[in-house]
Design a protein around this ligand. Structure first.
Ligand SMILES: NC(=O)c1ccc[n+]([C@@H]2O[C@H](COP(=O)([O-])OP(=O)(O)OC[C@H]3O[C@@H](n4cnc5c(N)ncnc54)[C@H](OP(=O)(O)O)[C@@H]3O)[C@@H](O)[C@H]2O)c1
Length: 275
């Protein structure tokens, strides 16, 4: 489903107060959309909404925020129903909330695994389940944010990869089901991107993960947001920002052994250096 113009569109962004979600909100405001951002921290939401308002083309564009924990399906239901009653249903739903605490598998607790799945995967299920009754009346677009780690299992990202691979399967099945409602489902797979979330992620990254990560370079959140918006406009199913990430997607599909070989070599070199 292609989007010819974002003007006047109602865009709900979960995770819209920071990083990639905020960058997308700022750019979409400049394209004339109404933005409704959701996250947990109220101060962060308020500050983000103020920034987004400043980017509006015209001051009749609506910008609002609501605090919600996407891991809690009852809270999400309530938040979406309230937003729909007040502002109308989403034309575009962007799921950008998520987080990563990379570490060696042995150090990842069951609690962390559970939380990762609840935020990164269940969270997306929750927003879609709550938005669907409203969106299916007139169609629209849903974008689910996965990661490069949603198609390559990278050292140090066991719980995160499980959640992000899950998003690919969920989105593909939804795409098939939602065609009858004229709802397109896209997947955003960013590579490493400079955001507040990425800074947190770097605090627990094992050395091997850092070495793999450094070989891929880093994008700015504005670049990822630009690719995201372009991808939505063109109705792309897989939105993979950056040349390196696109290359890794095709290499993983057509030469998975090569990807594993290169990663193993980087890991071994790092481990030898640490001895
Ligand atoms: N940055 C990267 O290198 C990178 C690479 C690949 C994929 N990604 C993915 O891209 C997405 C955005 O990442 P980012 O780097 O932009 O992160 P970020 O700067 O930390 O922003 C994350 C956003 O999600 C919200 N959020 C987190 N947990 C939430 C919860 N339980 N309920 C509601 N909102 C929640 C945060 O606000 P509150 O904390 O206030 O709730 C914030 O608005 C994530 O899904 C991430 O996994 C990022």
């Amino acid at each position: 489903m292609k989007i010819l113009s974002f003007e006047g569109k109602n865009i709900y962004i979960f995770g819209g107060s920071s990083g990639i979600g905020l960058a997308a909100g700022l750019q979409l405001a400049g394209l004339g959309a109404n933005l409704f951002i959701h996250a947990r921290n109220k101060a962060g939401l308020q500050a983000a909404a103020t920034q987004i308002k400043q980017q509006r083309r015209v001051n009749t564009q609506r910008v609002a925020w609501m605090s919600v924990d996407i891991a809690d399906h009852l809270e999400v239901n309530k938040a979406i129903n309230t937003s729909v009653e007040t502002y109308g249903p989403p034309d575009i739903l962007i799921n950008c909330a998520g987080r990563a605490y990379p570490d060696h598998f042995e150090f990842i607790t069951h609690e962390q695994f559970e939380e990762t799945m609840k935020i990164n995967l269940f969270g997306i299920w929750n927003t879609i389940a709550a938005a669907l009754p409203h969106m299916k009346k007139k169609g629209g677009v849903i974008v689910n944010t996965s990661s490069v780690v949603g198609y390559i299992g990278v050292f140090g990202y066991t719980d995160y990869a499980a959640s992000k691979f899950g998003i690919l399967g969920l989105s593909e099945a939804l795409r098939s089901e939602f065609k009858r409602y004229n709802i397109g489902v896209s997947i955003l797979c960013p590579p490493d991107t400079r955001t507040p979330g990425f800074e947190v992620e770097n605090q627990t990254k094992p050395e091997e993960t850092k070495a793999i990560s450094e070989s891929g370079g880093i994008l700015e959140s504005e670049q990822v947001a630009r690719q995201l918006i372009k991808g939505i406009a063109r109705g792309k199913k897989m939105i993979i920002p950056g040349f390196d990430a696109k290359l890794s997607y095709y290499l993983k599909r057509w030469c998975p052994g090569l990807v594993e070989f290169v990663m193993d070599r980087t890991i071994l070199k790092t481990q030898n250096r640490m001895k």
